[in-house]
Design a protein around this ligand. Sequence first.
Ligand SMILES: Cc1cc2nc3c(=O)[nH]c(=O)nc-3n(C[C@H](O)[C@H](O)[C@H](O)COP(=O)(O)OP(=O)(O)OC[C@H]3O[C@@H](n4cnc5c(N)ncnc54)[C@H](O)[C@@H]3O)c2cc1C
Length: 394
Amino acid sequence: MDIVKGLSMHRESDELAEIRRAVRSLCEAFPGEYWRAKDSVREYPAEFVDALTKAGFLAALIPTEYGGSGLSLDEAAVIMEEIQASGCNGGAAHAQMYIMNTILRYGSDEQKSDYLPKIASGDLRLQAFGVSEPTSGTDTLSLKTRAVRNGDEYIINGQKIWTSRAEHSDLMLLLARTTPRDQVEKKTEGLSMFLVDMQQAVGNGMEIKPIRTMMNHSSCEVFFDDLRIPASALVGEEGKGFRYILSGMNAERILIAAECIGDAKWFIDQAKTYASDRTVFARPIGQNQGIQFPIARCYSQMRAAELMVHHAAAVYDEGGNPGEEANMAKLLASEASWAAADMCVQTFGGFGFAEEYDVERKFREARLYTVAPISTNLILSYLAEHVLGLPRSY
Ligand SMILES: Cc1cc2nc3c(=O)[nH]c(=O)nc-3n(C[C@H](O)[C@H](O)[C@H](O)COP(=O)(O)OP(=O)(O)OC[C@H]3O[C@@H](n4cnc5c(N)ncnc54)[C@H](O)[C@@H]3O)c2cc1C
C-alpha cells in the first residue's frame, strides 16, 4: 500500500491527501475476497456502492446547495483513482458522479431541486446512461431510438445497448431522436435528452436484459416499446441533446482516466511486491532486469499520464474547455493501465492467472477503458482533426 501512496507524488494539497486517506479507509472494508465473490456470480456490489454513497463520495460534484459535497473535478478524480488503486471497482458507480452534470447544467430549476438532493443523498440512483445503440455504434448521430411528442407525453420506441447499471438505477438519462435526421438543418440537431423514471418504465414499455461480459459490469440491453414518459422528462431544449452530451464528455473522460491511473498504480504495486517476494533460481525475480524494466517503464508511463489527468482536471476546474487535454488524458491513462495490467500478469507468471491474486480480475476490468466510454481510435481522430487540423476522416 505504501508504494501507491508514494506513487502520488505530484504536489498535492492537504485536502487531496485527506480525500485519498478517507477513500482508502472505506475501501479497506472491501478486499479482494469481496470482489471475487461478486465477480464469480456477476453480482452488483451494492454494499460497496451504498458505502460510497453514504460517505458522500458519489455526490462529490453536486453543489452544496443541492446537498452534495461541491468538490472540484480534480478532487472527484482522486476519489475514483483511489478506489481503483485499492483494488476495488468504481465502474459499479462512477456514472452516479458525472451523469447528473447534464441536469445541473441544462435541467430546469424544478428538475434540479426535485432530483439533485435525492441523487446526492442516494435516495435516487442516476447511474444509467442510454446513448449507445447496436446499429449506430460510435456514430451517435445515427442513433434510431425515437421520442415522439404526443400531448403532455413523449412516446419512446427503440433499443439501447451497453446501458451499464440499468438494473441498479432509478433514473436513466436517455438520448433519443425527436426530429428525423433528414428534417434537421444541422446534423447535430434533432436529438434530445430525457430523464426517465426507470421504476415506472420497467414493465410499461421498457424491458432490460443483462449482457454477460468478460467482467462484472452490469451492462444491459434496454428495449423501448411505446414507453410513455411525461413531457416534463425532457432535459433542456428539444433537439439540443447531442450538444449536452458533448459538453459532459470532458468530465467523464477525466474521471475515467483517473480510474485508469488508479488501476495502473494497483498493477505496479502488485508487481513490485510480488517481484520482491517471489524467489526463483535462489533470488527474487525482481532482481532480474527483465522483470524490473517493464515495471519501471509502466511506472514512467503511468506518471506521465497522471500529469495529463491532473492538468485536464485543472483546466476544467478553471472553467476552460479541456477537450484536447481530457481526450489525451483518457488515451494516455487507458494505455498506461492496460500496459501495467499486461506487465503485472507477466511478472506474476502462472499465478497471474489464479483468481486468488485478483490480477486476472483487474486485468479483465482494466481492458474496458481503451474501448469505452470512447475507443482509442475515436480519440486519435478527435486529436487529428480538432487539434492538429487534419482532414476529417469519417
Ligand atoms: C462494458 C461496457 C459498458 C458500456 N457502458 C455504456 C453505457 O453505460 N452507456 C452507453 O451509452 N454506452 C456504453 N458502452 C458503449 C461504449 O461506449 C461503446 O462500446 C464504445 O463507444 C465503442 O462503440 P461500439 O462498441 O459501438 O464500437 P463501434 O463503433 O462498432 O467500433 C468498433 C471499432 O471500430 C473503430 N472505429 C469505428 N469507427 C471508426 C473510424 N471512423 N475510424 C477509426 N476507427 C473506427 C472503433 O474505434 C472500435 O475500435 C459500454 C460498452 C461496454 C463494452
